[in-house]
Unconditional design. Structure first.
Length: 517
């Protein structure tokens, strides 16, 4: 009887188990876009619809099956039916698997294949096209354009160039040609100050009176003459920070052709009219400061130092001159010792103020419209280099010559915090911003010799230059764009920059490689 009872019991149990499994269904997986093609370092989205007829689903597992290296899978929970995958910077085919399992351990699997193509393969041809379109839109006024985009992937840098180096020569423009970087010079000159702060030799709150004495001043002037509000003088209290962020309250040494006695007006008028406009061979640093004071640019100040933003070349020129006096070294020498040489910027130098390095800058034009406040003889589109205009007056605030690659090295080192390693100073460089927006659209800021533009989906930090230059780091896609067009005061390089960013961003590219979990 015992034997019979056990057999019956076992038979019932087997029957029950058999009934449970025979009536159970495996989960079902429907894959959306099982085969994807994307650029490296972009984010792929894998989507699957998982259902279970018996409502017994317990877990969904995602994993990488194969690929040249590991991708990063962002899995939030045990039942994720779609995930984001950060593709590495190595091209190739990556395979991912989704497994759905129910409480009876019944499971079903499906795979996704993602072909990660190189930046060179996908993005470079489009950048060539964008450069050409933008150059063609402007080449009635200019003869050359070049640009560089660093994708922050080892050895992945796009370069392009169009036009000719000098008018009428037919010599092709190349991406390694030198050009006048204009106000990008402000950031490079400020870098000398950054290094001195890092070395503990001064701070952002150091005053002019701590850097120079009355003996350093041009004859007839004292340090306090640098700021005069009509009632009292306190130029000695101007700080490094106020000179860097353009809040000193001082006027611009240049007039942008509105005053005939300003250096810029005199320099261009002399070559166009043939008249003697008392243009010196070189506007050396002492002469710049002397003329600035003698023209009364420091008198009757309206805004107190630190109170209001007013963008001028004066601030950086004054700071560079004071630093030079303080250290008893030409500022050009300090630039090489502290910035150019350490960063291997071998093709960068100060125009007019030191011996030429390399072939020198390419031609560039300045279109001057007919305006009531501009001398009529100045109107037209002028080749500034071909005319031989003496632009030595822009010095530390705008007189440096460089290349796409040299500027890329500098702004990469600044962004990566390998050039400045002092934490407090880097924090100040990242956080000190003055809102200079005009209220009509995107937000604009000025910081410590840096410009920042914030758009709907990205922001750029770097600097722009009047002659047609730009060097910016772009977040969140983590690329760097350096560009040049040989036409002053144009929107063309802005257009190229914005079009390139939009295209790269639309592809989902993100040069940031997050750490593995």
């Amino acid at each position: 009887m015992k034997t019979s009872f056990h057999l019956v019991a076992l038979g019932i149990s087997a029957s029950l188990l058999s009934g449970c499994f025979s009536g159970n269904h495996k989960p079902d997986i429907q894959v959306e876009r099982p085969d994807l093609t994307q650029v490296v370092t972009s984010q792929a989205v894998l989507i699957a619809s998982v259902t279970d007829k018996d409502n017994n689903l317990t877990e969904i597992r995602w994993q990488q099956v194969s690929g040249p290296t590991s991708a990063i899978l962002h899995v939030e929970g045990k039942q994720d039916q779609s995930i984001e995958v950060d593709l590495p910077n190595i091209p190739g085919t990556y395979t991912f698997k989704i497994t759905a399992e129910d409480k009876f351990k019944s499971k079903r699997e499906a795979t996704f294949t993602v072909k990660a193509q190189s930046v060179e393969e996908i993005i470079f041809p489009k950048l060539d096209e964008l450069l050409k379109l933008n150059f063609e839109s402007a080449n009635a006024k200019t003869i050359n354009m070049s640009a560089l985009i660093d994708f922050n992937i080892p050895n992945v840098i796009w370069r392009g160039a169009l036009g000719e180096t000098h008018h009428g020569t037919g010599i092709p423009m190349t991406s390694d040609q030198q050009f006048r970087i204009a106000s990008i010079s402000k950031t490079l000159s400020a870098a000398v100050v950054f290094k001195l702060i890092e070395q503990g030799r001064l701070s952002l709150d150091t005053t002019l009176a701590e850097l120079i004495t009355n003996e350093d001043m041009p004859s007839g002037f004292v340090v306090d003459d640098f700021y005069d509000d009509g009632q009292q003088k306190y130029g000695g209290k101007l700080t490094v920070r106020q000179l860097l962020d353009q809040t000193s309250g001082l006027d611009d040494f240049n007039s942008y052709l509105s005053e005939p006695d300003s250096p810029d007006s005199r320099a261009i008028l002399e070559v166009l009219s043939g008249e003697d406009m008392n243009v010196p061979d070189i506007w050396h640093a002492d002469l710049i400061i002397k003329e600035f004071l003698e023209r009364g640019m420091t008198r009757n100040r309206i805004h107190k130092p630190g109170e209001a933003y007013n963008y001028t070349n004066t601030n950086i020129d004054l700071l560079a001159w004071a630093i030079s006096k303080y250290l008893n070294k030409p500022f050009e020498q300090l630039l090489h010792e502290m910035v150019f040489t350490p960063l291997n910027m071998s093709m960068t130098y100060m125009d007019f103020h030191e011996a030429k390095v390399g072939e020198g800058p390419v031609d560039h034009y300045f279109y001057i419209p007919i305006e009531s406040w501009i001398a009529p003889i100045l109107s037209g589109n002028h080749n500034i280099l071909e005319l031989g205009v003496n632009t030595s007056f822009i010095w530390a605030g705008g007189g440096i010559i460089s290349t796409l690659d040299d500027l890329n090295r500098f702004f990469k080192a600044l962004k990566d915090q390998t050039f400045i390693t002092e934490p407090a100073l880097n924090q100040a460089l990242q956080s000190h911003w003055i809102d200079v927006s005009d209220g009509t659209g995107d937000k604009s800021y000025y910081g410590l010799a840096l410009e920042k533009e914030v758009f709907a989906t990205y922001s750029v930090v770097g600097h722009y230059g009047f002659w047609g230059s730009s060097a910016v780091n772009v977040d969140p896609i983590n690329i760097r764009i350096v560009s040049w067009i040989g036409q002053a005061n144009t929107e063309v390089f802005f257009n190229f920059e914005q079009q390139a960013i939009k295209y790269i961003q639309d592809l989902g590219f993100n040069g940031k490689q997050p750490k593995q979990n």
